[in-house]
Design a protein around this ligand. Sequence first.
Ligand code: CTP
Length: 417
Amino acid sequence: MLKGKNILLGVTGGIAAYKMADVASLLVKQGADVHVVMTENATKFIPAETFQVLTKNKVYVDVFDENTDDYVNVPHISLGTSADCVLIAPATADVIGKIANGIADDMVTTTVLPARCPILIAPSMNVYMLENPIVQDNIAKLKKFGYTIIEPASGHLACGYDGKGKLPQPEVLVENVLYAAAKEKDLAGKKVLVDAGPTQEAIDPVRYITNHSSGKMGYAVARVAAMRGAEVTLVSGPTNLSTPIGVKRIDVVSAEDMYNAMVDEALDSDIIVMSAAVADFTPETVADNKIKKSGDDEGMVIPLVRTKDILKTLGTMKDSSGTFDITDDSLKMEDKKQIIVGFSMETENLLENSRKKLDSKNADMICANSLTTEGAGYQVDTNIVTMITKNEMIQLPLLSKDEVADRILDKVKQLMV
Ligand code: CTP
């Protein structure tokens, strides 16, 4: 996701500096050209050579250590100005204080000052140092000037204390870089609403009916839309996935909860992507207490009733010209071109059945995926999708769910024009 991107890491002297080797390596795997600048103190925790080997780029520690092959570029200026994203991690109280006050007296601070790209700062220090009002004031100042502060994690700190101040795991730091730099912000100003995951329909206080949905496809759409600059709301059934950066998540349990949350949020949305595996049926009644078996039970029947079809409701709310047209005034939305995308999961007659859903639900696009094709479906990280619109049927190859999300959003952008 970072192919062609220039990522600059500023490593300062905290014990967590060793974690930055993993960060550098993960960024290289994402295709980034990674450059590293370090303070003298950082080299006491991890040698510059480690980063040099991992990134294949010269690591600078000394401002006066000029590149003898290049007398045109001053390293701290060219590294700062050519970066697409800077990550200072671990960021000590010292470097935070210096940057907040415009002090540039080492390789890290002199390189950050001329940078014109998103700058991420990951504070990492003892809990009481972090709580110190002077440090907090410096952090607030950095936020005010547009720097992104990556929240420190909590736990057992290397200094022996328990509390906030840990450098987040490398994957979390990399995710922050991806959010800041991986994609053009071509969906800035757009509101995207996504539903994802399974629903749970209660039978009694201990049992429920659900399905195998992992939520991965919907989370990928939410994550990629956020990376592309959209304001994203994710209505999620129960999953064990973490909320993508920059996404507002509303947790729901049942199909009814999901219906209510989606109808509430829909009016305001420019793009709605409905990838949730919503239960079609729910128990007619929920027992107040655990249903006990009696000795001579042969079997059991649970009466089920249909749930509301969320996609169909939202599709009906929106008339064919792309504006809401229903009798309830509170739900009127004029002059807004809204695009609704549904998913269709089938085990047979995939395209024919999915095409029917495009019309019956008044969707702008249905993404058909077969449960029986290898590489597609609920639990895996890949999918094979056919995007069906009124005029087109586009078969995508086997792709990661992130790439599928990107292709869906590209098509949505075309449909919005
Ligand atoms: N959907 C919905 N509300 C429901 C059921 C489905 O919003 N109560 C949405 C899904 O999120 C998906 C689309 O409708 O975007 C198609 O879902 P799918 O399960 O493939 O089809 P169904 O409409 O449920 O029809 P069937 O079960 O007959 O295939």
